[in-house]
Design a binder for this molecule. Structure first.
Ligand SMILES: C[S@@+](CC[C@H](N)C(=O)[O-])C[C@H]1O[C@@H](n2cnc3c(N)ncnc32)[C@H](O)[C@@H]1O
Length: 266
């Protein structure tokens, strides 16, 4: 679908001040933010720049939404005359976030379009997620900066995208019997979506509960367990049959497949 048909793009065009967004973002915005349209929500955007996106979000979410902007630049305070609430501060300061949330309380949506460095994105994620309501969203823009080397950005094992991968590990550690990752965001993040250049987090404390195996009352057909079986046409199956061995050679299959897929791990 053409991004020009999205609702967020239509709101973007209507804004009276300049905003710069990447074309692929509009589908993502429509997908993750439409459920908040015309609801009484608090939406926070980090990064005001020329003010254009404040008007875009007001147009998109409707009159019931409270739109808050955050920027380092004190001049952006001028947008308060249009009914937006503006906070001047540094998104990489934990202290800023403490003061911010003590004033606003928990919010519904945070969109990070600030400075885009790894450090800023990580601190923002850590500080915002516990302060987002259930069914709320944190979306972090321009995460491709994890892979860019210039005077602001630097790819490293401590990049923002690598940090998100760790959060995915943490979510899976909730599975019963696995070693628990003692990590505080684990009890807030229900799911993580990774798009090109945007990562979004769905916050829902109630859905972060312990997983249990449940069964219905249906009759079992006593199916054979096939999960570690070999394909009857495969060479390994023929070797197994020839030697009349119990081993499935699954370890060798794993090794061969790993070598074959090495090209994916550049
Ligand atoms: C990409 S622009 C925002 C664009 C705007 N959201 C739009 O769509 O039109 C980035 C903004 O982030 C602000 N910024 C940069 N570093 C920041 C930080 N550490 N804390 C808060 N704001 C920051 C800059 O002053 C700039 O206005």
């Amino acid at each position: 679908m053409n991004y020009k048909k999205t609702n967020t793009y239509k709101s973007f065009l209507k804004s009276k001040y300049l905003s710069l967004k990447l074309s692929n973002y509009f589908h993502i915005y429509d997908e993750i933010f439409s459920k908040y349209k015309n609801k009484k929500i608090t939406f926070v955007e980090i990064g005001i720049f020329s003010g254009g996106s404040l008007f875009m979000w007001r147009n998109f979410f409707g009159k019931k939404a409270k739109i808050i902007g955050i920027d380092l630049n004190p001049e952006t305070k001028k947008f308060e005359k249009y009914g937006f609430k503006i906070f001047i501060g540094d998104q990489s300061s934990e202290d800023f976030w403490k003061k911010f949330f003590s004033k606003t309380g928990k919010v519904d949506v945070v969109l990070d379009d600030g400075g885009h460095t790894n450090y800023q994105q990580i601190i923002t994620t850590n500080c915002c997620i516990p302060n987002i309501k259930d069914n709320g969203t944190l979306a972090v823009e321009d995460v491709h900066t994890s892979f860019i080397k210039n005077k602001w950005y630097n790819p490293s094992k401590y990049s923002y995208v690598n940090y998100t991968k760790k959060l995915i590990d943490d979510i899976n550690s909730r599975y019963p019997g696995l070693k628990k990752h003692d990590y505080s965001l684990n009890k807030y993040i229900y799911s993580i979506k990774s798009y090109e250049s945007i990562i979004s987090y769905n916050i829902n404390r109630k859905l972060c509960k312990t997983n249990i195996l449940i069964r219905n009352n249906g009759k079992s057909t006593e199916p054979k367990e096939f999960r570690a079986q070999l394909d009857r046409n495969s060479l390994l199956f023929k070797i197994k049959k020839f030697f009349n061995t119990k081993s499935n050679f699954t370890y060798f299959v794993f090794l061969i497949n790993s070598v074959k897929s090495m090209k994916f791990f550049r």
